[in-house]
Ligand binder design. Structure first.
Ligand SMILES: Cc1ncc(COP(=O)(O)O)c(C=O)c1O
Length: 514
């Protein structure tokens, strides 16, 4: 239960407000449900089950299970209070670079809830879901059209899963050429997202790191130096994780192809170019598209995501099952690999219908001009932030136009005693979720800001003004505003290393907690 303080001291300016209840204004302290619930309480009034013959053969639980019970109003209050501790894109600007926290339109939600899409079962006979298959086909059509690619694998559940899918297609294509034993290396730039080397390693490839140039992009010379007969593929993010467009991408693709390798493009940042440039025109062989980024479906903590992978003509035959095939008017999902070169099945079912519906809803609501406008506005917003802060914060690769996200480093904080982490924590006191920090690794003390196109100018202006105020405070030596931050949150700084290394995932009654 809550420990009430025995007396309340007048807090000094830097300390958090301590109250008798633990509540602070309308921010309620909330204990775990195990701490406030009572096993003998229930929120429902139903008859005890009639006696029935047990078939457990003596394995019945001897003791009550001890689950916490609450009345209905207590339950409501518990979960509403918890939900109010969430920060979300619906509550405020969420500048998390590389994650594209853009608005999730409510129209998407409305359409995803239509019974014909929401209530179907993956084991239902195909003949009963022609509408759902048409929807998948239409989404697939627009994904391949926007990217100028030949085919798309719809079943991957997220970007990282898409990387695995694309690399599995590449591995199969290499095996079909009889080169599985020799082509075992994947080239990956040092600025890449951690999932890139992880996906390659998971499939038994070894990784050869490519250095970025002083201007933050990969140079053809670095690729030439790394290429050889052992190279299976390159994984290159474009726009890259520094928010810069890889201007030599066509030449890099040509070099990789000439050396017999495949080109995997990490399409996490497709939202900067969708409707404006087509990855197929760069020479890409496979690319995942995070529907939760570019096409505004909700981010789902590894849960209900979707990361379709578009494939070039060379890789299309190796796509996983199931895939859609149209015969005349009839659409069917090909579920078996017989008679195909498919690398097999990646997931149990066909992909995330809810995400497909939302993504198609976004595309159709925006139209071709709207999708391109969204990309252009995302780039405009990021450059507005960059240009508005460049006189106080430093940019690691010089004063260059960026794509959809603006990257700063911590050189400007030198000598202030304030770190990137402290700066990010102080943003929380100002009501903002921090930007992505310490990623990409190629920028020291990185701060990666992605405002997205869905913020109004007024919202971005207030964000910029807040960052300018914080920056001038840091430069004036007002260190306590940073090192003691956050002061306004239910919890202050947690030991993130301890939490990651020794997570406490199970609640135990206090008596057991020794
Ligand atoms: C550049 C890049 N690649 C890959 C991923 C992985 O995508 P997902 O989180 O959908 O698995 C991310 C995610 O943020 C990313 O930013």
């Amino acid at each position: 239960m809550l420990d009430h303080p025995t007396h309340i001291e007048t807090p000094d300016e830097d300390a958090p407000l301590v109250t008798f209840t633990g509540n602070r204004g309308l921010d309620h302290e909330e204990a775990l449900i195990f701490e406030i619930g009572r096993p003998d309480t229930t929120g429902v009034d139903i008859d005890a089950p009639g006696t029935s013959q047990t078939r457990l053969g003596g394995l019945e639980r001897a003791e009550p299970i001890g689950l916490p019970g609450l009345s209905e109003p207590e339950t409501m209050r518990h979960y509403v209070r918890l939900s109010r501790k969430n920060y979300s894109i619906d509550a405020g600007l969420y500048p998390l670079g590389s994650c594209t926290m853009k608005h999730n339109p409510r129209l998407n939600e409305k359409l995803a809830r239509l019974e014909g899409f929401a209530d179907i079962h993956p084991l239902q006979p195909q003949s009963t879901i022609p509408g759902a298959l048409e929807l998948m086909q239409e989404l697939a059509h627009w994904l391949t059209t926007l990217t100028n690619m030949s085919a798309v694998a719809m079943s991957p559940k997220a970007g990282a899963h898409g990387e695995l899918c694309g690399l599995m297609a590449i591995k199969s294509a290499i095996a079909a050429r009889g080169e599985a034993a020799t082509r075992t290396v994947v080239l990956i730039p040092q600025s890449a997202h951690g999932t890139n080397p992880a996906s390659a390693a998971l499939l038994g490839f070894s990784v050869r790191a490519i250095p970025a140039g002083a201007d933050g992009v990969v140079h053809p010379d670095a690729i030439r130096a790394a290429l050889g007969p052992d190279v299976a593929a390159i994984m290159l993010t474009n726009p890259n994780t520094c928010g810069l467009f890889e201007r030599d991408i066509v030449e890099i693709a040509r070099l990789v192809h000439e050396a017999g390798g495949y080109f995997y493009c990490d399409g996490a940042n497709f939202n900067a170019i969708a409707g404006v440039a087509r990855p197929g025109d760069f020479g890409v062989d496979a690319m995942h598209i995070n529907l939760h980024k570019t096409f505004s479906t909700p981010h789902g903590g590894g849960g209900p995501g979707a990361g379709p992978v578009v494939l070039s003509e060379r890789l299309a035959p190796f796509a996983p099952v199931p895939f859609l095939r149209r015969d005349g008017d009839a659409l069917t999902l090909v579920e078996h690999t017989e008679g195909t070169q498919s690398f097999g099945r990646l997931t149990a079912f066909h992909g995330q219908m809810g995400m497909f519906t939302r993504a198609l809803s976004y595309m159709l609501a925006h139209g071709a001009d709207g999708v391109a406008q969204a990309s252009r506005d995302a780039v405009l917003s990021a450059n507005y932030v960059r240009a508005s802060l460049r006189d106080v914060m430093t940019q690691p690769f010089g004063d260059r136009i960026c794509m959809h996200e603006a990257l700063f480093d911590d050189a400007w904080l030198k000598g202030t005693g304030v770190s990137t982490l402290d700066f990010a924590k102080a943003m929380i006191d100002e009501g903002y979720h921090p930007m992505t920090i310490y990623f990409p690794l190629v920028a020291h003390g990185a701060m990666l800001i992605e405002p997205t196109e869905s913020e109004s100018k007024a919202s971005v202006d207030l964000f910029i003004a807040t960052l300018r105020d914080l920056a001038s405070s840091a430069l004036k030596g007002e260190r306590s505003r940073f090192i003691n931050a956050p002061r306004t949150t239910p919890r202050r700084r947690v030991d993130e290393t301890l939490a990651a290394r020794k997570p406490v995932l199970r609640w135990r009654p206090a008596a057991e907690d020794v």
